[in-house]
Design a protein around this ligand. Sequence first.
Ligand SMILES: Nc1ncnc2c1ncn2[C@@H]1O[C@H](COP(=O)(O)OP(=O)(O)OP(=O)(O)O)[C@@H](O)[C@H]1O
Length: 819
Amino acid sequence: MSSQVTGRSSSTGGTVKDQEIATEQRYVDLAYARLEEMRADAQAMLREGYRQSLAGTKGSLVDRDAMVHQAALRAQALDVADDGLVFGRLDLATREIRYVGRIGVRTRDHDSLVIDWRAPAAEDFYRATPEDPRGVVRRRVLHSRGHTVVDLEDDLLDPAAAQEMTVVGDGAFLASLARTREGAMRDIVATIQREQDEVIRAPAEGTVLVRGAPGTGKTAVALHRVAYLLFRHRRRFGSRGVLVVGPNRRFTAYIERVLPSLGEGSATLRSLGDLVDGATASVHDSPRLARLKGAETMAAVLRRAVTDHAPGAPNELRVVFKGVVVALDRARLDRIRGEVHRRSRGAVNAARGRAADALLDALWERFNDLGGPEAAEAAEGAEAGLWNAILAADGLASIDDEPGHPNGNGDGSAGKRAQFDARVREQRAFTDFLVAWWPLRRPLDVLRSLGDPNRLRHAAGRDLDRVDLTPLAASWAGDAPLSYQDVALLDEIDALLGAPPRPSRRRAPAEGDPFVVDGVNILTGEEVADETWEPEMQELTTSMERLERSRRVDDGVVDERPEYAHIVVDEAQDLSPMQWRMLGRRGRQASWTIVEDPAQSAWEDLDAARRAMEAALGGEQPATRGRSRRGKPRRKAPPRRARHEYELTTNYRNSTEIAAVSARVLAVALPEARPARAVRTSGIEPVVRVVPEAGLAAAARASVEELLGQVDGTIGLIVPMALEEDGQLTLDGPAAPESTAWDAAARERLGAGLPERVQVLDVLEAKGLEFDAAVIVAPETVADQSPRGLRVLYVAVSRATQRLTVLTSDPAWQRTLTT
Ligand SMILES: Nc1ncnc2c1ncn2[C@@H]1O[C@H](COP(=O)(O)OP(=O)(O)OP(=O)(O)O)[C@@H](O)[C@H]1O
């Protein structure tokens, strides 16, 4: 017979639970003692690594690098185990006992003391249920503070096999869900539920698509999956890297501690606003601008923008050969430009050499039209002084054609052509023209150039409506802040521009190269060293450094864009097609974990986003179809990958009372959707108050002050987006001069003097976050701000774990939320 005990006294002193805790403490002490030994071993390995480097050979440096890296990883993994090393115990029907913990611990004789939670032998800890006990009789969760076991909770899975086994517990799991939120997400290793574990351990290949309502643990599960993949497939995912992408910087700050707490510091965590090096988003676009910028048609607009002539590009080319002025006008130049773009298929910056050749062809043709070599001979006899005067008046920098010039003796037509090319290339008029007419462009310059409504109109073709041009151009003009959608556009432009053909190291100068102007090769943008140039010794790089190398869009083009072996996309329902394209470029060979809740989507055209997602996951990217970014034939598009779909159904965040309010919003936003099942009842009803519009801010302040006395943890004060008069931008940087009700200045006033645990944020910034208490201001405004406003509101009301207050100036909303 087993017994369920919660603190009952035993005949031998102390409660049964105390005795059980003492037993477990002895085992935990044993595990920590062994951990100390492992730590000493890791330190010894580190010292040995450094000793190797004293040998001084290149090979020894490589060994040192590898050894030090390994030892550092090991030491890091051991450190994370310092808190709550052992958190689970399984008693099996075979009488075997298994302990589960943050990392695997073995005795010196290789007997298992603690099984890593990610190892196959730990799977039963998460998967066993009373319906399917998988040989487990009792599952025990140990709650520790540091090295000390403070509580236990048992699940009896197979009562028939339990015999005299003691079972203690008082719902510590549910209690742990109600714990205070301190502002950063925590790991859930000890309490992962079966449906969550299935996602975490899903196959590493292909795409894992996870859906679930707010609070079902999608983010938590995705992060634990990363730790699992890195543990089980370290070689594959550790070397090429894992990228985790979240919606905004607040969100990445919120989740950034989870992976390190699981001992995994190697994954790259980025928000959609800082995925591209050198470009950082500081604003969200209004729904209208986001729709325009995020749509796939923007790819065509940008393609035209990069192939259009650059701002300030000259309209005429004039050179002199043997006294004959040869000129190309704007119409001819535009035709040449179009032809070069067609032939170079996209890699714009790399095509400058081809552009130079095409100009020379056209000049030669023109020169022949003017009479060719005969005309030159006639001109040669003319008065040099007269020519100089005329040509100087034309502003040509270099016109001379001295008899006896080394290039002046070509014969035969090929020789004449070679002579022509050589003489024209030498002229500053030609090289200066080339630099201005086909500049090596930077993504940010191209985007800014679209701040000119005329250029935007030209690039827009028929892909944008006239009425949209003005707000779009205004959002890119001057030094307007970059938005989250803009970052994806910069990446698109970068892909279109491509890298100029540059070697990885500085080359020695080629003597007399006419394309070297002021120490720079104007065809490639490459710096050419002076005569003192010597090849440098290369410093060894670690795999982490290599992983971190990436392109920067602000300072021209450097290095390759990083590609990852696995990409996790959180809040995927909000990605625009252009953002999917940006991610697709980073995961052409990757497997993916995609986490989403379509009911929370602020994005209007979900079908278009879905198509773009499919293209990113395995299809081809239309902008670079058939060719790689460097113009070489592309590898075949990867085959469509296996897809594994999962749904999470239990809401671990909200109390049942708060979940009821969010279910009411969902019923209006998306009547056919099913809310998740909340499991924790708090007995605290949400508050919905009607307040006159002018008093909303004051009421919000008062509500927060009241809540400060009611909860110990974080409070979110969630306000509508701040749309400017023309509905454009919502700033999360400094206040814009003419912005309205909920702008940054208003939010700053709302938060003034409040403790740090209170965050004032708009509904978009609240995505993915959670608070002990939330105050939602003006649901009616949120609902009206965009066609997806109701879904955005659904996000807002599902943020709180314990207390929810809604302030509305519309009595109809009070009825909707309470009945
Ligand atoms: N098995 C679990 N044990 C304990 N806590 C859990 C468990 N699963 C989820 N949680 C907690 O529930 C909360 C919600 O989890 P999470 O943020 O991952 O949900 P989500 O589905 O991503 O929500 P949203 O869609 O709103 O972003 C978090 O505090 C998380 O730690």
